[in-house]
Design a protein around this ligand. Structure first.
Ligand code: AMP
Ligand code: MG
Length: 486
């Protein structure tokens, strides 16, 4: 039995041929299962229980193609750190779209399964640590209730990949509501043919925004809808202290799902200039710059859409600009709503903006942990930090409590709101690193333990989380650096 229940229906392959290049996964020498996400499998209507681990590994390494798969690499372009480049799946292969019992359509993509037409100088391979990292963080994001691509499995290929040193090769099965990106439209626009752009517009609307298929100006409506999802996505990132790290336009999914878990990491002490990526020298993708970059990426999206918005280019630019100019206000409004929830307010209060910015400013000046400050306010047990005894914070807290007691919902409800908006736990960098290190050395237990904790970041009861999962990196751990893992 070679099919755990995949129901493939490959609509992407119906786009004009320039959008993809058919390819077979490169055979893995001796694949073995490392992790299978049984919860996700079940939710997708898949059942691996009648397959042996070696059959599952054959399947999820790409050695045995499931019935109905039509493997291809997708073409796209993108601005990487501001510079435009032609790209495409260089180390990922779309196996097809799986139809779930619930009526969903999900891309099944193998990451690290060999070279494609878009690999350029790369080997199309992936190492086990970055693939496990993507698995862990994407599942943590899902636990945090942030729309994201997910991870179904990690398979060891049994072959080394060569970076600076030989590393264990692996294939990740990524599951996404699609892999359409801003860069997909940029690629189509570069092609300079209206029918190509139109086909992509039809396809994107049908797949993600069916309610807009009959809009008066469909391209403009798409721009607005994507703008709204990007605003929501970045607000979610800001809520939990997530730094994506590589917001290139090819890593911005039109579905609004967070995608591409290369150099991402979570901030401990609140500081808007926090950057983890070793290649982001100028802080382009710093925590506090994420909304600005989302706006910049939307402008690139709008440029690609221009020929579809209006036949007269000036009119097209005028219409697109009118939409883009609303981004800052939309973002700010959503951000404020989110911050109010983090502080337990049911709605706007007089002076709340000032209250929020003074709290952030205090955290910043004192290098205080972002997640745990909100945990503390939400009444959760957190490892002690002397800063919370500080007079400035105590004064701020009295003002906050006075404002809360004036809130119609009363403070009982406030605690509920806060517990739903503030995660008790985030993937702390030092814990992620040590779990990956252990897994690389053959001990998967710390990875599983961390994954289990992270899959329930909003515990309803005051279940006692061990301090070690709530504490920021110990002093003297040094500056945390991430790498793209290519
Ligand atoms: P990313 O930084 O993951 O967004 O990747 C940027 C581009 O580099 C994409 O086109 C990837 O497919 C490509 N790429 C990354 N790693 C490799 C690799 N090992 N082999 C071939 N292409 C790669
Ligand atoms: Mg990418």
């Amino acid at each position: 039995m070679n099919n755990p229940g995949f129901q493939f229906d490959n609509s992407y392959a119906g786009l004009p041929e320039i959008f993809y290049s058919r390819v077979r996964p490169t055979r893995a020498k001796s694949p073995s299962m490392l992790r299978l996400n049984s919860g996700l499998a079940e939710a997708m209507g898949l059942d691996f229980s009648s397959m042996s681990p070696s059959e599952a590994a054959e399947l999820l390494s790409g050695n045995a193609l499931p019935e109905g798969a039509d493997p291809l690499a997708q073409a796209y372009a993108g601005h990487q750190f501001g510079h435009f480049t032609m790209l495409g799946d260089g180390r990922a292969i779309l196996m097809g779209e799986h139809l779930t019992p619930g009526g969903g359509r999900l891309d099944i993509q193998f990451k690290g399964s060999g070279r494609t037409a878009f690999s350029r100088g790369g080997d199309g391979r992936a190492a086990v640590k970055p693939m496990l990292r993507e698995y862990l963080i994407s599942e943590a994001m899902h636990g945090l209730r942030i729309p994201t691509t997910r991870s179904l499995a990690v398979v060891l290929t049994g072959e080394p990949v060569f970076r600076e040193t030989p590393l264990k090769g692996a294939v990740l099965t990524r599951v996404a509501s699609s892999h359409l990106r801003v860069g997909t439209f940029q690629f189509a626009a570069m092609h300079g043919q209206m029918d190509v752009l139109e086909a992509l517009l039809d396809y994107t609307l049908k797949r993600h925004y069916p309610e807009l298929q009959n809009a008066d100006n469909r391209a403009l409506a798409l721009l607005e809808a994507v703008m709204d999802r990007f605003a929501a996505m970045v607000v979610n990132w800001m809520r939990v202290g997530f730094i994506h790290g590589v917001m290139n336009t090819d890593n911005m999914a039109l579905s609004g799902e967070t995608i591409d878990y290369g150099p991402c990491a979570f901030m401990d002490a609140y500081d808007p200039s926090t950057v983890f990526s070793s290649i982001d020298h100028r802080g382009r993708y710093a925590y506090g710059n994420q909304p600005v970059i989302a706006g910049w990426n939307l402008a690139r999206f709008a440029e690609a859409l221009l020929p579809l918005i209006h036949s007269d280019q000036d009119e097209s630019v005028r219409l697109a600009t009118e939409v883009l100019e609303r981004f800052d206000a939309i973002y700010q409004d959503r951000w404020l709503q989110m911050m109010r929830r983090k502080l337990g307010f049911t709605g706007p209060r007089e002076g709340d903006e000032d209250l929020i910015s003074r709290l952030l400013d205090w955290m910043h000046r004192n290098g205080v942990d972002y997640t745990n400050t909100f945990n503390r306010l939400a009444g959760r047990n957190v490892p002690d930090a002397p800063s919370w005894e500080d007079e400035e914070f105590q004064n701020w807290k009295r003002e906050w409590q006075a404002m809360l007691s004036g809130d119609i919902a009363g403070s009982g409800n406030s605690m509920e709101i806060m517990k739903a908006a503030n995660p008790a736990v985030i993937p702390r960098n030092h814990l992620v690193e040590s779990a990956l290190e252990a897994a690389d050395n053959g001990d998967i237990a710390p990875f599983d333990k961390l994954l289990a904790i992270l899959s329930d970041p909003y515990p309803s009861s005051d279940r006692d989380l061990p301090d070690e999962f709530m504490s920021p990196a110990p002093d003297g751990s040094g500056i945390y650096r991430t790498f793209c893992g290519t």
